[in-house]
Every structure is written in C-alpha cells, then in structure tokens.
Design a protein around this ligand. Structure first.
Ligand SMILES: Cc1cc2nc3c(=O)[nH]c(=O)nc-3n(C[C@H](O)[C@H](O)[C@H](O)COP(=O)(O)OP(=O)(O)OC[C@H]3O[C@@H](n4cnc5c(N)ncnc54)[C@H](O)[C@@H]3O)c2cc1C
Length: 472
C-alpha cells in the first residue's frame, strides 16, 4: 500500500492531509513552522504575511467548500484566516498527522530493486531536521510537495548601487518601517499596491515604479464582492474580456489618468489587481506613479524616462519564484521558471512525486487546491486498488495536455508560467477525477498520526522514520 510523505501544513498541505485521510491513504506530514496555516501564520518564520493583510479574493470563493468560515467579513484578515486553518485542522484531526518544526532538507530516489519495485514500495527517502537539530529519515512510496509558492523572493538586479535601505515585500511586516521616510515601491502587483496604501499613512512621500499597465478591480461591484459575480457558467474569454473591460472603465475609470501606462495586454491575461484604494490615493496626491528603473546612484534613483528621485527606502514588490530546494530539478521536470507537470501536479514520468499548490489563478481559492489534492488521493488509491485505472490515468499524460488557459492568452512572464484559468482547471480536474474510482469506498483513515507510523512500522510499505539515534 502507498505510504506518503506530505511536506507543508499550509492551506495546500492541509487540503492534502484531508484528502489523503478521506481516501484512507497513510501519510506522514512534515511542517517546518510551529503550527498549521502556512504563510497565513505571520509568526511562521517563512511567512510573507504583513500586519495589514486581508484576503484578496473573497471569503466564499476562497474557503474550503465543506468547511465554511465562521467570519462575516467578506475579506477577512490574516488573523481570522489563521484561526480558520487551525479550526479546520482540528475539526478533521489533521494536526496530529504532522511533525511540526521539522524541515525537510532532502528528497532523493531510492535505488530501484532488481526486477522492478512492487506497487506501493518505497521509492523516495525523505530527510528532515527537527527543532532539536536531530536528522530523521523516512522511506515513502510517494512524496507530496506542498511547501508553498510565495516564499522565495524574486530579487532582480539593478544597475548602480543604492545607499539607503532595500527591502523585499517578503520581509515587510508593519507600516512603521515607512515612518517619515521617502519611499519607492518597485512593482504594483497586489502586494505592492496593498503596501503602497499602508505607506501613504506613514511615509514622507511614496512613489510607485511600474513597467507596465494594470487592470484594477474594485473589491465590490454592484454592492457585492466582485469575484462572486458571474459565478455560474463561465463566459467565453473574449466576451468576458469585452464586458469586464467596460464594467471596470465605468467603475474605476482609466488608470492612465493616474499615471499608469496603458496595459499592453487584455484584461485577465495577467493577474488583476484587486485594489482601488491605490487609485484613490493617487487621486488625492498621496502617491505618484513613476516609470521603470534605469539605475541607482547613492540615494538617487534614475528612471527610464530620464527623470530621477531621492529615496530612503526601496521596497521591492517584485514577487517570488518557485523553489523546491530539497529535490533535484530533473525529478520535477523543470522547464524554465517552473516544473512542467501534468495538471501542474504530476511529473510526466509519474515518479511518485506530486506537487500540490503550484497553481496561480484568479479565484482558484483553497477549494481549487483541495480539488488538486483529491485528484492526487484518487490516483494513489487507484494505484493501490485499481492499477488499470491508474495506468490509464498515466497514459493521459502521454497525450497532448489539456488546455488550462480557458482561452486567455497569458503574458509570457516567469510568474505566469504556472498560471491557469480557474474554470478550465477545475473542470478538467473534475473530469479526470471521474476517470478514477471514487475514494469514498475505501473508508476514511483513522487518525493514527506519525507516532504509530514511526514507532511500529518496519515493512517496506509502512515506512520507518529513522533518527540519528535510532527509530523515532
Ligand atoms: C499577502 C498575501 C495575500 C494573499 N491573498 C490570497 C487570497 O486572497 N486568495 C488566495 O487564494 N490566495 C492568496 N494568497 C496566496 C497564498 O499563497 C495561498 O492562499 C496559500 O497560502 C497557499 O498555500 P500553500 O499551502 O500552498 O503555501 P503556504 O501557505 O506558503 O504554506 C507552505 C507551508 O510549507 C512549509 N514548508 C516550506 N518548506 C518546507 C520544508 N522544507 N519542510 C517542511 N515544511 C516546509 C511552510 O512552513 C508553510 O507552512 C496570498 C498570499 C499573500 C502573501
């Protein structure tokens, strides 16, 4: 029988734990931080959350479908969200399935036995370091990587050098850092705009340097959270782009008026910015849009149009890049900026690695990530119980892969390399799930947790966690 290692107890890892438990698939969870919640736990050393952060997508489109949030806020704060994940983990007995403060440092393939491995036999050795500095290992038939996509800062190089402070948004926690300072924010994605709005209340001045134009979506349209509109049958891409461009023009006007370049792409071909407060502050003169950076020179920043400004603090809102540092890139079939995976989950060699949460999409929410987890669980269950169905599933990855763009022509940027359209993606997951036997027939896994797995297990399909001083 498959026995799985699951890395990360953020929203994706919890979704994985829930789906595996439901499908009766044994697993051991590893979480580097002290608790569940991933980046929503501002105290998790790897968290890129900041004090003022709230959900950007709305509550009802983001929450796990089987576990609605108790909150009445449409866009709850990160504190409420952490509480939500804690309650979710407790409600389904997921917490006890993880080893906390245990960082996975290596995932390596085990040598294949002569004559080929039995189904469910261990194929991967997972090495991790505990809070006490102890190194532990465990052998697993599969490993689910749910270690997050927004942790490793993308720091571009700039010509020249800057004498003031440079900070990436990943290190930003509180607006106090802006007190009385001349601030330049580079990049106007969702974090850049959120942080610009924070900064105007503290800084001496705030400029926002942008390369391209953006589409700004208000949080509310017609009195409702904007992403709750048009939730039924999705409109074809061209029609949705036509309608929404006009709706936005009516509600937010033309961002070019505030100094932004005109977007050189259509709406939804890049991630939209759900923030119109930034436009209000531009209109109030609290904030100024400046062009792309040409070079730094002491405290002076020269821009691409020949203008310049003096600053004390530069905030790099330049995003993140994918990072799976504990596993060799070939095992994840990296191509350019991201692993090239069937359904953003399965390496085409079906080598027993699964990536959960490597998905960027407007409105995919945690339910979308849960559905990914369901697909992994259904495939693993089929590998145990219905090998022909699992083999047919694998064959699908040999055929041309499903179109997950929804008809949108996404910008060819690194950060868009694993972007999908939520409707196309969820529809395809549903279709693929329909090709695998339902996991509900296997019955749920009783929460036995790591203790049982690590103390009693010795057989190949029931791995042992080894510590340097013996079996944990
Ligand atoms: C400011 C901000 C606002 C956002 N707003 C939204 C929103 O409105 N809607 C939305 O859907 N998404 C939003 N996101 C995206 C967010 O990434 C997802 O909501 C969600 O947190 C992704 O969950 P995850 O489990 O994949 O990753 P994470 O939340 O990053 O969790 C990964 C977990 O893996 C652990 N880990 C990492 N490496 C290791 C290792 N080597 N060993 C063991 N454990 C490890 C980490 O400690 C962490 O707990 C936002 C992100 C930010 C930063």
């Amino acid at each position: 029988m498959n026995h799985i290692a699951l890395i990360g107890a953020g929203p994706s890892g919890l979704a994985g734990a829930r789906a595996l438990s439901r499908a009766g698939i044994p697993f051991d969870g590893f979480e580097a931080g002290p608790d569940v919640g991933g980046l929503w736990n501002i105290d998790n050393p790897r968290s890129t959350m900041y004090e003022s952060a709230h959900l950007i997508s709305s509550r009802t489109t983001t929450e796990f479908a089987e576990f609605p949030m108790a909150s009445t806020a449409d866009y709850p704060s990160h504190r409420e969200l952490l509480e939500y994940f804690r309650t979710y983990a407790d409600a389904f007995g997921l917490r006890e399935r993880f080893r906390f403060e245990t960082r996975v440092t290596d995932v390596s393939p085990l040598p294949a036995p002569e004559g080929g491995a039995e189904p469910g036999a261990p194929r991967w050795r997972v090495t991790a370091v505990t809070a006490d500095g102890e190194t532990i290992t465990g052998d697993y038939s599969g490993v689910i990587l749910a270690n997050g996509t927004l942790a490793e800062p993308n720091v571009p190089g700039f010509a020249g050098s800057f004498d003031g402070e440079i900070m990436h948004t990943s290190a930003y926690k509180s607006a106090k850092v802006f007190d009385g300072r001349r601030v330049l924010i580079i990049g106007a994605g969702n974090s850049g705009c959120d942080i610009a709005v924070d900064a105007v209340h503290h800084a001496a001045s705030v400029d926002l340097s942008v390369r391209r134009g953006y589409y700004f979506v208000p949080r509310y349209l017609f009195g409702r959270p904007s992403d709750t509109l048009n939730q039924g049958r999705p409109l074809p891409a061209r029609i949705k782009q036509f309608i929404d461009t006009r709706v936005l023009r009516a509600f937010t006007g033309d961002p070019v008026r505030f100094g932004f370049p005109k977007p050189d792409y259509k709406i939804y071909e890049s991630h939209p910015i759900v923030n119109t407060m930034v436009l209000n502050h531009l209109g109030q003169g609290d904030l100024r849009v400046v062009p792309d950076i040409a070079r730094f020179d002491g405290r002076t920043v020269h821009f691409s149009d020949g203008s310049s400004g003096d600053y004390d603090l530069i905030m790099l809102a330049t995003g993140y890049h994918l990072d799976y540092p504990f596993v060799e890139r070939t095992h994840l079939n990296w191509e350019g900026a991201s692993p090239s995976l069937f359904m953003n989950v399965f390496p085409p060699s079906f080598n027993g690695l699964f990536v959960l949460g490597m998905i960027e999409a407007s409105g995919i929410g945690w339910q979308g990530r849960y559905e990914q987890a369901e697909l992994i669980a259904a495939y693993l269950a089929a590998a145990d119980d219905a090998p022909e169905a699992a083999a047919r599933f694998r064959q699908r990855a040999d055929a041309p892969w499903p179109d997950l763009t929804g008809g949108y022509d996404y910008l060819g940027l690194d950060r868009m390399s694993y972007y999908v359209n939520k409707d196309a993606y969820r529809r395809t997951v549903k279709r693929l799930l329909g090709t695998l036997p339902p996991t509900s027939e296997r019955g749920p896994l009783l929460p036995s947790g790591l203790v049982t797995a690590s103390t009693n297990a010795t057989t190949a399909s029931d791995p042992t966690i080894q510590t340097e001083s013996g079996t944990a």
